[in-house]
Design a protein around this ligand. Structure first.
Ligand code: HSE
Length: 420
């Protein structure tokens, strides 16, 4: 019999304990041994919980318990779980974690420390979708050309409502929080940080890239307005918060940002709180993985898949490749990213202004693809909306700074990237 200890018996931990009990027959048949949740750790012992396992408020009761074979870490945060996972590994216990932030910062140290001891993390990225398994195993014959993911359900829910129902940002954020998907601090969701943690995990498996969140381009959905939504509709785009990884020569672009994508693309049709990841492999072509990115049972389903793999002896190297044989691809600097852009700016509605704006873009080598001018409630101000042909991020950033200095340009300039 295999015994599990759970650090953090909240929504997901409770589901893990229950599914191990309620689906014990199928889980034993698949793992080849019976698996039980023995004990768990909570912060507040007086809070009533719907589980029938031993509870303690001291994580060491699980981590140092010689009877526990596998420690499941569902605490959240970074430093405390990092210390506890290290301790569990040094006690020879296998570890399963759903903690994306822990992995975004410490996956390479943990891989080193784990050595041949299993350390698995299917639930860390896109909840119930088996994307980690797909990348580590299912696609292992492929060089990954690119990946695009909707990996934050809160943002996808908000954008879907803003686009389909014209909902206002603040009201819809509150609704998303009530649905229980949002992080304790929703800035992690709407600012793109949660998605960046997941992208970094996928990029390690696909490309062996050792980067931290602060090394990559991360933007959220905070500045999207109904003007952008209307423009996107008119020009045949959906707006999604995407995590994007793209191999360019010997480098890899990694970025998280609101993105205009063609309405007819598969990922554009992923609505509400659902997540999806598309992966293009050099041999398999495009594959897509879709499903719930959070929620108790969905996340627990991924946690238990790791437990079953460990019990089967199926775990393999943590990041999916043997140390020393990882790819030699490098993270491209943010400035080197090449894509198309959408720009929104407010200008004085007077003669010569359009020429001034377009010639500024031209000075930085930026070519305009499409343009729309919209009147505003204030007759003296017009909105200019552009899409550009591909250019480098550095060109675009310099052009935005120069546009901002023009006397005719009023207020903030908004920018969104376009992927076709
Ligand atoms: N806050 C996350 C989301 C939860 O909205 O998708 C899953 O990581």
């Amino acid at each position: 019999m295999v015994k599990i200890g759970i650090l953090g018996v909240g929504t997901v931990g409770t589901s893990v304990a229950k599914i191990l009990q309620e689906n014990a027959d199928i889980i034993e048949a698949r793992a080849g041994r019976s698996i039980i949740a023995k004990s768990g750790v909570v912060k507040n012992l007086s809070k009533k919980r719907d589980v029938s396992i031993l509870l303690s408020d001291n994580p060491l009761d699980v981590v140092n318990d010689p009877e526990i074979d596998i420690v499941v870490e569902l605490m959240g945060g970074v430093e405390e779980p990092y210390q506890l996972v290290k301790q569990a590994l040094s006690n020879g216990k296998a570890v399963v974690t759903a903690n994306k932030a822990l992995l975004a910062y410490h996956r390479y140290e943990l891989q080193e420390l784990a050595g041949d001891t299993p350390l698995m993390y299917e639930a860390s990225t896109a909840g119930g979708i088996p994307i980690i398994g797909a990348l580590r195993t299912g696609l292992s014959a492929n060089h990954v050309e690119s990946m695009q993911g909707i990996m934050n359900g809160t943002c996808n829910y908000m954008l879907t409502k803003m686009i389909n129902e014209g909902a206002q940002y603040d009201a819809i954020l509150k609704e998303a929080q009530e649905l229980g998907y949002a992080e304790a601090d929703p800035t992690f969701d709407v600012g793109g940080f949660d998605a960046s943690h997941k992208l970094l995990i996928l990029a390690s498996i696909a490309y062996g890239i050792d980067a931290k969140p602060e090394d990559i381009l991360i933007e959220g959905i905070e500045n999207i307005t109904q003007t952008d939504v209307a423009f996107a509709k008119e020009f045949g785009y959906e707006i999604k918060l995407l995590g994007i990884a793209k191999k360019v020569g010997e480098g890899v672009e990694l970025r998280v940002h609101a993105t205009m994508i063609p309405q007819e693309s598969m990922i554009a049709k992923v609505d509400g709180v659902m997540n999806a990841v598309t992966v293009i492999g050099d041999r398999v072509g495009e594959t897509m993985y879709y499903g719930p990115g959070a929620g108790g049972d969905a996340t627990a389903s991924a946690v238990i898949s790791d437990i079953v793999d460990i019990v089967r002896g199926n775990h393999g190297p943590m990041l999916g490749y043997k140390k020393g044989l990882e790819s030699r691809l490098k993270l491209l600097p943010k400035e080197e990213i090449v894509t198309q852009y959408y720009l929104r700016l407010e200008v004085a509605d007077q003669s010569g202004v359009l020429a001034e704006v377009t010639s500024t873009l031209g000075e930085f080598g930026i070519s305009i693809e499409a343009m729309l001018q919209k009147p505003t409630a204030d007759e003296s101000i017009a909105k200019l909306l552009f899409t550009t042909h591909k250019c480098k991020e550095s060109q675009m950033q310099e052009a935005i700074t120069a546009l901002g200095r023009l006397a005719v340009v009023q207020g903030e300039i908004a920018m969104m990237r376009i992927e076709k």
